[in-house]
Design a protein around this ligand. Structure first.
Ligand SMILES: Cc1cc2nc3c(=O)[nH]c(=O)nc-3n(C[C@H](O)[C@H](O)[C@H](O)COP(=O)(O)OP(=O)(O)OC[C@H]3O[C@@H](n4cnc5c(N)ncnc54)[C@H](O)[C@@H]3O)c2cc1C
Length: 444
């Protein structure tokens, strides 16, 4: 069985790994001169610092499992600081605990946090007693949260968290595709908060278990391990422009939706047209290193989020050297700042100087950090984060149906499908490879 994988981001690398494990003859084609796609670790001020993703969720098994199989599990590390803050109403304020992706489960803690006004906290307090029907079908996260908890919780807590992860506004984001935990709670009964509390109470998960993991050399280490594992089966600088050029029985395409659409069009115009309907957001990630002696801030936590309604350039500031024991040193403080979201390309479009000036103005205003960095690095990730609109899962099912009919030898997946996080991409890549090697799949 010959399998060709197109793309060597984490989805394609995981697909190649799985196909090889299943005994297939596999070749992974990558257009760039390096593997990893959005995962890239490079040096900043003498340290390895991620330019894209810097951690993966521990709650889902797929990232941890792959690290274990590659012998990396012992080296996995979790954040040394868990507290997170939101810059809201003129100050950095701790996220109220407990919360599920910003949805507060304790209304007294919400009121005490000061993140929303007293009126906003009172509006949220009504949630458990509000009449309403459980979630039916799909809707936006924003529609659900605004209806149940009011605009302030939506704009100042849930949008910075969930919108931040997806570089999206929660008003455009499918609750089923982007936050299945909220969809599950909202389907169980009329009160979102009561159901989230019940799910938390019945969960067997250790509340002190790590939420995220990374590798001390950055997530690039995972890419390097997978690339080493594939060896000569990974072909860099090898763009695929026509699926017909591939010498393979089965093909797994793991490209962003627009690139996948172009490749798939000759074999399934329906799937290609549907893939074209998936939009992407662009983001910039600015990494800064400071002389620790010049930073007069405790940074007692993992960092903070800035709601879009605050009108700043940055959407999040990770106190990377506080969050991770392996980043920074007694002399050096490292921060990672995110900017940009769907519909807001200002940061990505700015030149380096304008972007650095805007970021530094935001740092001065939000955490009083008014000193020049020793080193700065700007990573622009254009068209990098797929947008899961309401109805997204039906769209993905339609793409899969069209492909199963038109080209059963072909699997097409990636971050745009059912999850954009690193573990979801690993899972989707491995699943696609397994589907490609099952005995009954039709060969080309
Ligand atoms: C700034 C940023 C921060 C993020 N932070 C996190 C985080 O902390 N945690 C988390 O879990 N997720 C995070 N994500 C999301 C996650 O990193 C991505 O969704 C994931 O890495 C995408 O992997 P992929 O393999 O599907 O796609 P990609 O990484 O886009 O890989 C696709 C590959 O295909 C190649 N390619 C394109 N066209 C062709 C062709 N014609 N022939 C051959 N190869 C081709 C590309 O060069 C690329 O290498 C972040 C994303 C970004 C942009």
């Amino acid at each position: 069985m010959k399998i060709a994988v197109v793309g060597a981001g984490i989805t394609g690398l995981a697909a190649g790994y799985e196909a090889a494990k299943a005994g297939a003859e596999v070749v992974v084609h990558e257009s760039a001169g390096r593997a990893g796609g959005r995962i890239l670790t490079s040096e900043l001020a003498g340290q390895l610092v991620d330019e894209g993703p810097d951690a993966f969720l521990a709650r889902v098994p797929w990232g941890v499992e792959l690290c274990r199989e590659l012998g990396l599990e012992g080296g996995m590390v979790s954040p040394s600081q868990r507290a997170a803050f939101v810059y809201s109403r003129g100050a950095l304020r701790a996220l109220p605990q407990p919360n599920v992706l910003g949805v507060p489960l304790d209304f007294d803690a919400l009121a005490a946090s000061g993140i929303v006004s007293p009126a906003g906290a009172d509006r949220a307090r009504q949630e458990p007693d509000l009449a309403g029907s459980p979630l039916a079908g799909d809707e936006s996260v924003g529609a659900l949260v605004r209806r149940r908890l009011g605009d302030e919780v939506a704009d100042r807590l849930v949008d910075p968290l969930i919108g931040g992860i997806n570089a999206s506004s929660i008003d455009d984001l499918s609750v089923r595709a982007a936050v299945p935990q909220l969809a599950e709670a909202a389907s169980r009964g009329p009160s979102l908060v009561r159901e989230l509390r019940a799910l938390a109470a019945s969960s067997a998960a250790d509340p002190h278990a790590p939420v995220f993991y990374t590798l001390p050399d950055g997530l690039g280490r995972l890419v390097d391990e997978l690339a080493d594992h594939l060896g000569a089966r990974l072909r860099l600088s090898s763009p695929v422009v026509d699926l017909g050029d591939l010498d393979a029985d089965r093909v797994v395409v793991t490209l962003p939706a627009a690139a996948a659409s172009a490749l798939v069009a000759p074999v399934s115009q329906i799937a290609a047209d549907l893939l074209c309907g998936i939009d992407y957001a662009s983001v910039a990630l600015v990494s800064l290193a400071f002389d620790a002696a010049e930073v007069d801030h405790p940074m007692a936590g993992s960092g903070y989020l800035i709601p879009a309604v605050e009108g700043r350039t940055i959407t999040a500031c990770s106190w990377a050297s506080s969050k991770w024991a392996h980043v920074g040193s007694a002399d050096t403080v490292v921060l990672r700042l995110s900017a940009g979201r769907y519909g807001d390309d200002r940061a990505v479009a700015m030149d380096d100087k304008a972007l650095l000036d805007a970021v530094q103005a935001d740092l001065a205003a939000t955490m009083g950090l008014d000193t020049a960095p020793q080193a700065a690095r700007i990573s622009r990730w254009e068209q990098s984060l797929p947008q899961f609109r309401p109805g997204h899962l039906e769209l993905v099912a339609d793409i899969e149906r069209a492909l199963a009919h038109d080209a059963p030898w072909l699997q097409v997946t990636g971050a745009w499908a059912r999850g954009l996080g690193v573990p979801a991409c690993i899972h989707q890549g491995r699943q696609a490879a397994r589907a490609g090697v099952v005995e009954n799949a039709a060969a080309r």
